[in-house]
Design a protein around this ligand. Structure first.
Ligand code: ATP
Ligand code: MG
Length: 416
């Protein structure tokens, strides 16, 4: 017996409608905000992620699924959606088109992590990227998109925002961080010792308890923002207030990926424990240039679909049940079954969902099966019905029965 790989999940037929629901709400929300879908490959050249996610990040240093293909190229399964979309934006000359480019995607992502609830090795993201607009309003637009999605899904979440400034003011802040952490170096984890030199901001993102304790007293980026970054952040807050999006400021949010600038944000569910961050994003004005494109401001976010579903489940959000067959056609013998098959074909061609017997069951057993399927009507075709050219139709919700001529079947069941 070959089992499913660790950290992956099957979506079983009885649960697929939940995924379809979340995906359709995501697509509807994207439409509301005039976002257009982009689909990029599941694998890319490894270098894209090294440059586009950042080679000091956990994602790149520890979590990527990287392999050599038969042509000896280094290939990586996408660990997130932004880098591929940014590559596509540059490669397809989207900067020469209408700006901003407002894009969304739904994609699997792959990270070699320690699997636990809400943390998988293959997971799925709904993501939004807006390229070419530098205004604070666009940051607020990205946040408002995520907020609309979460509200439409019926989720209770808290929004935390922060600004991590621009390369200019962050240089000052990094100095202050280094000065703060220097006396604590011995108490930091191995990764943080490395981060201290390469990217001290990322020390604030560490999940180790001992590092978290030290972090608690670290200086706040918000005290180091330059005038422009401060004004930008104030405007983001004003836009959010205007749109009725509630937020809290959390100066500890820095985001795991490099190339974020200014606004960063996370939506956190209070309903689930450790993996409560359902959606995260921010502005990343440095990325497109880092990948070889012309300097292009950008802002976006990604929501983890598995985490959305977990929170919905745990907070009792009702997901609309999938549609059941309108009619089950029960044939008494082989000849009647053939008629049922023929009628089913006609009904389906007219858009009526119909089911028939595939197991040569008795009519009684077929009734049971139709009930299990939740069919609204059961149409019985026996010897006498076949002769009369009609079927006995039972309305399964009130038990009423009537005879319907075969030639009227389509008209009868359409709009039922
Ligand atoms: P975390 O801090 O939980 O590791 P992250 O900062 O690595 O998250 P991002 O790279 O920002 O996450 O990804 C955006 C969203 O994707 C997260 O907020 C989360 O909802 C989801 N996500 C990230 N990693 C996983 C995973 N391994 N399994 C399931 N969902 C994930
Ligand atoms: Mg992570």
């Amino acid at each position: 017996m070959i089992n499913i790989p660790k950290g992956t999940k099957d979506v079983l037929p009885q649960d697929a409608y939940k995924w379809q629901y979340v995906e359709s709400v995501a697509r509807d929300t994207a439409k509301l905000f005039n976002l257009k879908e982009v689909r990029t490959p599941t694998f890319e050249h490894t270098e894209l992620f090294q440059r586009g996610v950042g080679d000091t990040t956990d994602v790149v240093t520890k979590e990527m699924y990287t392999f050599r293909d038969k042509g000896d190229r280094s290939i990586t399964l996408k660990p997130e959606g932004t880098a591929g979309v940014a590559r596509s934006f540059i490669e397809n000359g989207m900067s020469g088109g209408v700006l901003p480019a407002k894009l969304f995607y739904i994609t699997p992502a792959f990270r070699y992590e320690r699997p636990q609830a809400g943390r998988l090795r293959e997971f799925h993201q709904f993501g939004v990227e807006i390229f070419g607009a530098k205004s604070a309003q666009t940051d607020a637009e990205a946040i408002a998109t995520a907020d609309a999605l979460l509200k439409r899904l019926g989720l209770q979440v808290k929004l935390y925002i922060n600004s991590i400034g621009c390369p200019a003011c962050r240089a000052e802040y990094n100095k202050a961080l280094k000065a703060f952490f220097a006396p604590h170096l011995d108490g930091l984890c191995y990764d943080c010792k490395n981060r201290f030199e390469k990217n001290p901001l990322r020390l604030l993102d560490c999940k180790e308890e001992t590092c978290k304790k030290i972090n608690a007293n670290a200086p706040s980026m918000l005290d180091y923002l330059c005038e422009d970054c401060k004004a930008h952040f104030e405007e983001v807050k004003a836009c959010l207030a205007g749109a009725g999006v509630e937020y809290e400021i959390d100066s500890r949010i820095v985001r795991g990926l490099d190339y974020y600038t200014r606004t960063v944000f996370e939506f956190v569910s209070t309903a689930i424990g450790a993996q409560g961050t359902v959606c995260a994003g921010g502005r990343y004005d440095g990325l497109i240039e880092q990948l070889g494109g012309a300097p292009t401001p950008a802002v976006g976010f990604a929501a983890g679909m598995e985490r959305l579903l977990i929170v919905m489940e745990q907070t009792g959000v009702q997901i609309p049940e999938p549609q059941k067959p309108t009619v089950y056609l029960a044939g008494m013998d082989d000849k009647c079954r053939q008629k049922a098959f023929e009628l089913a074909a006609r009904l389906r061609a007219s858009g009526v969902s119909a089911e028939i017997d595939h197991m040569s069951r008795s009519v009684k057993a077929q009734f049971k099966y139709a009930d299990k399927l939740g069919a609204k009507f059961v149409a019985v075709i026996g010897e006498s019905e076949l002769l009369e050219g009609q079927m006995s139709v039972k309305n399964m919700s009130n038990g009423e029965t009537e005879k319907i001529a075969f030639e009227n079947a389509v008209a009868y069941f359409t709009h039922k």
